[in-house]
Design a protein around this ligand. Structure first.
Ligand SMILES: Cc1cc2nc3c(=O)[nH]c(=O)nc-3n(C[C@H](O)[C@H](O)[C@H](O)COP(=O)(O)OP(=O)(O)OC[C@H]3O[C@@H](n4cnc5c(N)ncnc54)[C@H](O)[C@@H]3O)c2cc1C
Length: 398
């Protein structure tokens, strides 16, 4: 086994947006970090993780509001988003030259008690996201980059954490930032980091209509328009029949495909936030004897949902009552016009990745191990990964 003798002040595992931003911030604070990245399978050789394969939509405030407690409030989060927009503009991405108003977005209360979350997104073409990642990589002047997979992270002594690479080589560091995307959970668990209280899970139903008119008013506000009341919300409007299935979890998790304008049908999801993901998944597994949760449906007529006993049992009484009340609110607000016959598909689930960071921080329960980007579990998204990369370094080096 080859142990690299040098001991790094900071080791960053993962060279996605979070890792790239973390490395730049470390350099800015006078530290030369070591960055380990194995690249996404099938991708080009550059750094950047999932970013080139994402929708390349950088969502500004109030998106990622879950990060506000990390920086000391909404105002500071807006300021940090603005700083990143300036940085990206300076390295040649003029798309990020947006107004203060666009950065701050707005969350408005509607008369009927619904909150409308309206944020601006900067959308990059595939060529431009590649240009951004190339520019972020080019600006790293001193960072040492190892293209390899870290197999394991282990805490050896108070000031010595190691990463075992797939080749058997070992690298040592004083502090580690795990920015390995959603794969980071495995590394953190192996290092003995426990999952902190998660964000729960969202469970609900998807209304499927034969025409576009029932959700026409909602769609006018944008394909991603989000309305919320009491922990219940609308979910982006999925194309009928085109639901992503995340493999391996035993559940069908719907992705965010937006219905194309020429589809004659329309859909809208309604999701209720439940606090304990583990408990809910265990409960739902009882309904999945084959290990895969099937999709079921029942009828709806105007605001009357013809709940079957199976649907009511599977979703639970709390979710049923919240959905019943939420659809009345949506109809009263004029956002949805429910027809006299439609289908209600269930279950609809939105997954929240495990949270490994402590509340209000990117530090984990293990000393000097920090989690950034999707690995932290605090917030998903490109802008959010970029920001948490910077914040993790500020914490690690403070
Ligand atoms: C299909 C899809 C569409 C999306 N669309 C959007 C969108 O439009 N807007 C938006 O804001 N967000 C979007 N997202 C989410 C967004 O892509 C992520 O939130 C963001 O890329 C996370 O960045 P990250 O740096 O945390 O992780 P990643 O981008 O996952 O980068 C992690 C890096 O770590 C490396 N790595 C992992 N494990 C190891 C290891 N053991 N050793 C060494 N290296 C390792 C990986 O190879 C990768 O390079 C989308 C995601 C997907 C999958």
């Amino acid at each position: 086994m080859n142990v690299r003798s040098d001991h790094h002040e900071l080791v960053i595992v993962g060279g996605g947006l979070a890792g790239l931003m973390a490395a730049a911030q470390a350099e800015a604070l006078g530290v030369t970090p070591l960055l380990i990245d194995n690249g996404i399978q099938g991708a080009h050789q550059g750094l950047g993780g999932f970013a080139p394969f994402s929708g390349a939509k950088f969502s500004l405030f109030p998106a990622g509001r879950g990060l506000s407690p990390l920086v000391g409030g909404d105002g500071e989060l807006i300021r940090r988003y603005a700083k990143i927009c300036r940085e990206f503009t300076q390295i040649g991405l003029s798309e990020f030259n947006v107004s203060d108003r666009q950065i701050a977005g707005q969350e408005t209360e509607m008369a009927v008690g619904l909150a409308h979350r309206n944020y601006h997104s900067i959308l990059l073409s595939p060529r431009r996201i590649d240009a951004l990642l190339a520019a972020l990589t080019r600006r790293l002047k001193r960072t040492r980059i190892i293209r390899a997979r870290a197999k394991q992270i282990a805490i050896k002594t108070e000031s010595r954490i190691i990463a075992v690479l797939e080749s058997g080589e070992i690298v040592c560091g004083r502090s580690f930032i795990i920015a390995a995307g959603r794969l980071g959970g495995e590394l953190l668990t192996m290092a003995g980091v426990t999952e902190t209280h998660g964000k729960g899970i969202e469970i609900g139903v998807r209304f499927g209509f034969d025409t576009r008119s029932p959700v026409a008013n909602l769609r006018k506000l944008g394909p991603d328009a989000k309305f919320m009341a009491d922990g219940t919300r609308t979910f982006c409007l999925n194309s009928p029949g085109k639901i992503f299935h995340y493999p391996g979890l035993g559940f069908s998790l719907p992705g965010g495909i937006v219905a194309e304008a020429d589809w004659p049908q329309s859909n809208v999801g309604i999701l209720c936030r439940l606090p304990n993901r583990k408990v809910e998944l265990e409960r739902l597994l009882q309904f999945a004897p084959t290990g895969k949760l099937e999709a079921f449906s029942f009828n709806g007529s105007k605001t009357d949902l013809e709940w079957t006993a199976h649907a009511a049992d599977l979703l639970g009484p709390d979710v049923v009552s919240r959905i019943n009340s939420f659809i009345h609110t949506l109809v009263e607000s004029g956002l949805i016009d429910l027809p006299s016959r439609y289908r209600v598909h269930y279950p609809l689930l939105d997954w929240h990745w495990p949270v490994f960071s402590l509340t209000d921080r990117l530090a984990t329960a293990a000393p000097r191990i920090f989690a950034a980007g999707d690995s932290s579990g605090h917030a998903r998204g490109l802008m959010q990964a970029a920001l948490t990369g910077e914040l993790a370094v500020e914490e690690a080096l403070s």
